[in-house]
Design a protein. Sequence first.
Length: 194
Amino acid sequence: MRKNILFTAVLTLAATAYFATPSRSEGKTENVTVDGVHSSVIFRVKYFDASFFYGNFLKVSGTISTVDGGSGKASLTIDAGSVFTGSQDRDKHLRSPDFFDAKQFPNIEFSSDDVKHVGGDKYEANGKLTMRGVTKELTITFERTGTGKGRKGEARTGFHGTFTVKRSDFGVKYMVGPLSDEVVITAALAGLVQ
């Protein structure tokens, strides 16, 4: 009899703990503001079909919201004029109408109303990429790289994703051939959890 009472008590405690634990279906939302100082957006093109060349953007901002068991949102803005490759002349050319046309189109933007957790640390964002006034649908698969506390105790998290676009789709057709049409973009985003 005593064993039965003890077993029932243990079972009741286990059930209580299980049902009290938040699950992915409860719709918990996490809002993250991109920390541009500690984030990187890097691009890679192939040069004369021989070697890879890398550049990056120095200014990036945005927000990412994830919803357990539902769809979150993402918004990322890249300052096209902040392109940096280590050469002033090349950077000036990249800002020109031959490439980003940064004066007329100052921002490159990605937005999504469909950010889903797809298992483990993986997420999928179905959205739209706008560059040089052209908008194309794009799906980006990315992962959460970790969570932790900053120097002041603030909650931080990170995301990392790599995707490929054809620059000619956005009207960037200068030197397609000697410079690859496909551009590989990597976004390593540090974020502050709100």
